[in-house]
Design a protein around this ligand. Structure first.
Ligand SMILES: [Zn+2]
Length: 343
């Protein structure tokens, strides 16, 4: 099975009203954890790499690890997605490497910190869409500015400073032709999202529902959507970690989003916590061990458990075999004849 495009994967998810987790990776063990979870739950998957991940793992290692995943699990539809591309050039380099989907985060300037104007965002995103669609690659844009900082990328803040304006979301989707659209509805990147359990009003779910009504054919994306479960925080802290108490996005709010057009849900922090907790436990309980496999194996297993749980909660479980992948070259033809217009 060739790597599939985000567009096809999310179109299929929309037909059956489920969401698909997009999990971040930096290394082999994380890719293995996701693929094992996908295999076990029979889920289509999105694996994504940030700019930080690409520089940490190096493009060639990362790309060939993804190809290995695809070879080992030919029955799993697999999207390779660039998370938070900061410029036209970053997106082009991802596409040249073989990514089947890119996010152009034009909500921030290329420094990854300073919010842009609406026109700047439209301009850079539209250029990426033109380049990507000619090659059959999907594009996710962002309107509004998310809170927090991760991998040095982000405007900081709580995520409520620049929530998405519905009129702008509609104009942005129409003028850029993006396949998927990330919204700022009060979520933020990193582990410290909320100082108490957030409800639907804190998360501006009403805004998301309104935008979905006005843009029913644009797949919506929730970023910063780790749930930061207390059990995972507790394991880290029980074995010597020092996490402050924090709350993430409750799974039931994500499920409400999925009922209202959310098709891609980005999760990273939960996996980081699972890995770190598992490694700390081995270090604390058996300090005599020094073979990296003694702690990387349980770390991989802990991440797999979280990913498999999310796959079931988001509804993607059981859908891996629903459709045949469309090669990227065929997707390019579909874009060219206007078959995939979302307006
Ligand atoms: Zn994000």
């Amino acid at each position: 099975m060739p790597l599939v495009s985000l567009r096809q994967l999310l179109d299929e998810a929309a037909k059956k009203n489920y969401g698909v987790g997009a999990f971040n990776v930096n290394d082999m063990e994380q890719i293995q954890a996701i693929m094992e979870a996908a295999d076990e739950t029979k889920s289509p998957v999105i694996i994504q790499a940030s700019r930080g991940a690409r520089s940490y793992a190096q493009d060639n290692y990362l790309y060939h690890l993804m190809l290995a995943a695809n070879e080992l699990y030919p029955h799993i539809p697999l999207v390779m997605h660039q998370d938070h591309g900061n410029s036209f050039e970053t997106c082009v380099s991802a596409i040249k490497l073989g990514f089947t989907s890119v996010m152009m985060d034009g909500s921030l300037k290329a420094d990854g910190k300073t919010p842009t104007s609406f026109e700047e965002n439209v301009d850079v995103t539209r250029r990426v869409v033109e380049y990507a669609h000619e090659r059959g690659v999907s594009v996710e844009g962002e309107i509004g500015v998310l809170g927090g900082i991760e991998d040095g990328h982000g405007a900081g803040g709580t995520g409520l400073e620049h929530v998405t304006d519905p009129d702008q979301a509609v104009e942005f989707a129409e003028r850029t032709g993006v396949d998927a659209l990330a919204l700022a509805i009060g979520t933020s990147h990193g582990a410290y999202k909320f100082s108490k359990k957030p409800d639907g009003s804190v998360l501006k779910m009403d805004l998301l529902i309104e935008i979905h009504k006005r843009l029913p054919h644009t797949h919506l994306v929730m970023h910063g959507s780790s749930s930061v479960p207390k059990e995972l925080q507790d394991i880290v802290n029980q074995y010597g970690g020092k996490l402050k108490e924090t709350w993430g996005v409750p799974v039931e709010e994500i499920q409400l989003g999925i009922k209202n057009g959310v098709r891609k849900i980005n999760v990273d922090t939960d996996n980081r916590l699972a890995i770190t907790g598992a490694i700390r436990k081995v270090f604390a309980e058996t300090p005599e061990k020094f073979d990296p496999r003694d702690y990387l194996k349980p770390a991989r297993e802990a991440m797999k458990k979280v990913v498999a749980e999310r796959m079931v909660q988001f509804g993607q479980a059981g859908h891996a075999g629903d459709y045949q992948p469309i090669p990227i070259s065929e997707m390019a033809k579909k874009y060219a004849v206007g078959e995939l217009v979302t307006k």
